[in-house]
Design a protein around this ligand. Structure first.
Ligand code: UDP
Length: 241
């Protein structure tokens, strides 16, 4: 079942169901993509028509944020649970290892993506990571990346360029010979070990964003999305938007 909330499509799936969708996407010989939407993404989409239509064109949109799940349910929608992007990513990579589906990693700084690739090969022995590239490229380099992906034909394309850049990039390249693509934000930073993931209790009560500020105080500038998100929820409740 799909909820429409704040003009955006959000699928009512739990973590297991999201993985089952990914399995199905791999079996169909066409391009699919998954968006892991968080409250910041909802706020960005309000002022960015390209991003909101990219979200609404996705094959699957999971609610990656406990506050997003609470807000949708408060507004009368039904979302079973938060599906954290990094958890879904690791589930899909495990599936790729088991089924021998090939993978390409795109995003993050050079050192980060190199160590993320190594960490993933340790976590999933035998996984076929055909190629990778950092996420800082100009148009010329981008053309080379696209040619490389066309040549390698990976089943799974993991893109970590931050939201909304990664989703817009994925949508713009939906003619690539890839079965499934996903935008994963800062997941390569966490997988590489550069940035630790918040403790489980913080994830559960919805304070992961606070932990990330403690670890990287520069992120404080991004907090303006929080009042904007709650204002949006309030306006929706009052029927103003
Ligand atoms: N990034 C990138 N290219 C860019 C901008 C960002 O590869 O042009 C990477 C950045 O290095 C980081 C990720 O995108 O690994 C964004 O992380 P952030 O924590 O901002 O994403 P979030 O998880 O909050 O969506």
């Amino acid at each position: 079942m799909i909820c429409m909330m704040f003009g955006l499509k959000i699928d009512n799936v739990d973590r297991k169901e999201a993985l089952r969708y990914a399995e199905k996407f791999f079996e169909e010989d066409r391009f699919h993509y998954i968006v892991t939407l968080n409250p910041e993404g909802v706020v960005i989409a309000q002022g960015n028509k390209i991003f909101s239509s990219v979200v609404n064109d996705a094959d699957l949109v999971v609610a990656d944020g406990s506050w997003l799940v609470r807000a949708v349910n408060f507004l009368g929608g039904a979302i079973k649970e938060r599906v954290a992007g990094i958890d879904l990513l690791l589930d899909i990579l495990n599936l790729c290892k088991e089924r021998k589906y090939s993978v390409y990693l795109l995003g993050a700084k050079e050192g980060t993506i190199v160590s993320a690739k190594k960490r993933l090969e340790d976590m999933f022995p035998g996984i076929k990571i055909l190629g990778f590239h950092n996420g800082y490229f100009d148009a010329e380099e981008e053309a080379r990346i696209v040619e490389e992906i066309k040549f390698l034909k990976p089943y799974f394309l993991v893109v970590g360029l931050g939201m909304p850049k990664q989703e817009i990039w994925i949508n713009r390249h939906r003619d690539l010979p890839v079965r499934l693509a996903i935008g994963v934000g800062g997941s390569f930073d966490v997988i590489s070990g550069n940035i630790p993931r918040a403790p489980y209790w913080m994830q559960v009560i919805g304070l992961e964003w606070f932990y990330r500020i403690l670890k990287d105080p520069k992120r404080i500038k991004r907090l303006s999305f929080i009042p904007r998100f709650f204002l949006l929820v309030l306006k929706s409740k009052l029927g103003i938007v």
